[in-house]
Design a protein around this ligand. Structure first.
Ligand code: F6P
Length: 554
């Protein structure tokens, strides 16, 4: 095991025999083409599949042979993936730099289960909050929780950013089919006032509930937006400041700051410091989602998370979906040098899933130091990106098919649509399958010539292929399947973080910009000229230009 949480220097993973074996294997199999790999292994399509928690993974169209996976699994074992997995589920303080447990998996433990961490069983607290959320969601949905004037709540606006926005926003869109259609759900995150303006433009204050979601309750964007929303509400209700109690609730770990903002802590839904922001959509941060889809379907989401947790904990590593997906990412990022990863859901409902994954993956694994503080000597987290298929096909797939960079991709699809509309779904899935086939096998020069293309176009019409993809399929996008899908990626990110020996659960890289922004905000607005030499010459000049051009409406 290479990792340590004690600060004791450990063997970097790229200096282990397992890493060397993979490097040698890469040199040996070189850039063998998927055409050849399929031709030489007739049962490849059956062999390179795995299933768990309702999700089916076809990873046959990857640039691997039968020898690759055992070598990758040996690397995972050398890195201590199984031990670290047990440590996470047990509640050990594996978030080393923040000295915290990492227990988002406890959020999906049902009543009756027990998880005692440092002397406290965390399960009753988790379920007490869930029950409080459910009671509240039911009251809002039924109209029993009315606004200040007695009108029922028809609009829910979640104010949060990062992990306090992306998860519930993604999931509310993904599960729109299951949501209460008589209500509107909006998500405001950006400190750009246009975000709030557009969210509120057609809403009635008397019918609007704000859920202010912030783990710390100190985040500049969220508190600025929450204050603006409060002003909008009070102004819209003829100055009735007491209306805030009926129109604002909070989700946070910080009761003191919630109280300071003016929200009654009786209307606060808590979670705990052992839930990372980007791992919190199944904590109280999911309140807006629960109001949208109702407590029963929210519990279905949790059941999906739990099913994937169980799969991750118990499936043999060579059939373990998060482990397999993590190892394929390691293969590409560390041995083939492919540094981006596309996630392409063939589902409009999952349109926000890639954005959600960007935070989950890049905030977790965009790190350069190992647990013992030494600098890594290998690539860590990839650049994650993507949009809903088929839209991407008419935008950037040109580069994916014929560009000079190779972008491994996950294509996510569903056998059945949430709603049957004409032949849309079959066309959608046909596109997914066609793209995976085209990425892998391309179109050879001979095929292009044989198709009668004029000679001057032949080169431009060749598709090299050998572009790797995973295809993930589920029967239908249900709340349970969504939970399993999110947990799949959570655990994939975890496994990669273990192999890279980094802390996937801190996010110090977001701090510097926050500090500088606070300082610069004062310099942009102060009547006094900024202090000379407070910044580099470029930043100072931009501040001066902004100050000179800024026209303030009084
Ligand atoms: O700035 C990054 C971050 O800390 C994320 O990790 C987090 O999800 C987001 O900000 C929002 O933080 P909070 O929930 O405390 O407002």
């Amino acid at each position: 095991m290479t990792s340590t949480t004690s600060g004791t220097p450990s063997t970097p993973i790229d200096q282990t025999p397992e890493w060397a074996a993979l490097a040698a294997h890469h040199a040996a199999i070189g850039n063998r083409h998927l055409r050849e790999l399929f031709a030489s292994d007739p049962t490849r399509a059956q062999a390179f599949t795995a299933e768990g928690a309702g999700l089916f993974l076809d990873y046959s169209k990857h640039r691997i042979t039968r020898e690759t996976l055992p070598l990758l699994l040996a690397l995972a074992r050398a890195a201590g993936v199984e031990e670290r997995r047990a440590a996470m589920f047990r509640g050990d303080r594996i978030n080393v730099t923040e000295n915290r447990s990492v227990l988002h998996t406890a959020l999906r433990l049902p009543p009756g289960e027990h998880l005692v961490v440092e002397g406290t069983d965390v399960v009753p607290g988790v379920n007490a909050v869930l029950d409080k959320m459910a009671a509240f969601a039911d009251r809002v949905r039924s109209g029993a929780w009315a606004g200040h004037t007695g009108l029922r709540i028809r609009n829910v606006v979640n104010i949060g950013i990062g992990g306090s926005d992306l998860g519930p926003a993604m999931a509310t869109e993904a599960l729109r089919h299951y949501s209460e259609r008589s209500m509107r759900f909006r998500f405001v995150s950006n400190v750009d006032g246009a975000d709030m303006r557009e969210a509120l433009i057609d809403l009635e204050p008397a019918e609007t509930l704000f859920i202010v979601s912030s783990k710390t309750f100190t985040t500049l964007e969220t508190l600025t937006n929450a204050r603006t929303a409060r002003d909008w509400l009070v102004t819209g209700l003829d100055g009735a400041t007491e209306a805030v109690a009926k129109h604002f609730v909070a989700v946070s770990t910080n009761a003191e700051q919630v109280r300071a903002f003016g929200i009654d802590t009786a209307n606060m839904f808590e979670f705990w410091d052992w839930v990372g922001g980007r791992y919190s959509m199944d904590a109280a941060i999911g309140l807006s989602l629960m109001v949208a889809i109702g407590p029963d379907d929210f519990r279905e989401v949790l059941a999906g998370f739990r099913a994937m947790d169980a799969h991750f904990q118990t499936a043999p590593l060579d059939q373990n979906l998060p482990v397999l997906m993590a190892l394929l990412g390691i293969w590409y990022g560390n041995f083939l040098g492919f540094d981006t990863h596309a996630v392409l859901p063939y589902s409009q409902e999952l349109a926000r899933f890639p954005a959600y994954l960007q935070q989950l993956d890049m905030e977790s694994n965009g790190k350069s130091v190992r647990l013992d503080g030494s600098r890594v000597t290998y690539a860590t987290g990839p650049i994650v990106w993507g949009t809903a298929g088929t839209n991407g096909q008419h935008a950037y797939y040109q580069l994916l098919h014929q560009g000079t960079r190779i972008v491994p991709a996950d294509l996510i699809g569903f056998v059945n649509p949430t709603t049957e509309i004409g032949d849309h779904h079959d066309l959608l899935v046909a596109n997914l399958l066609a793209q995976a086939e085209a990425f892998a096998f391309g179109k050879t020069r001979d095929e292009v010539v044989a198709s009668g293309v004029v000679p001057q176009q032949v080169d431009a019409r060749v598709f090299e292929g050998n572009r790797p993809t995973s295809v993930l399929l589920a029967p239908r996008l249900t709340p349970r399947v969504l939970g399993a899908l999110v947990a799949l990626y959570e655990h994939k990110v975890f496994v990669q973080g273990v192999i890279w020996d980094i802390d996937s659960f801190d996010q110090w890289g977001v701090e510097l910009g926050k500090v500088l922004a606070t300082r610069i905000a004062a310099e942009l607005t102060s009547p006094a000229e900024p202090v000379a030499n407070a910044h580099d010459s470029s930043t100072a000049a931009l501040i001066a230009r902004f100050r000179a051009g800024r026209v303030r409406e009084s």
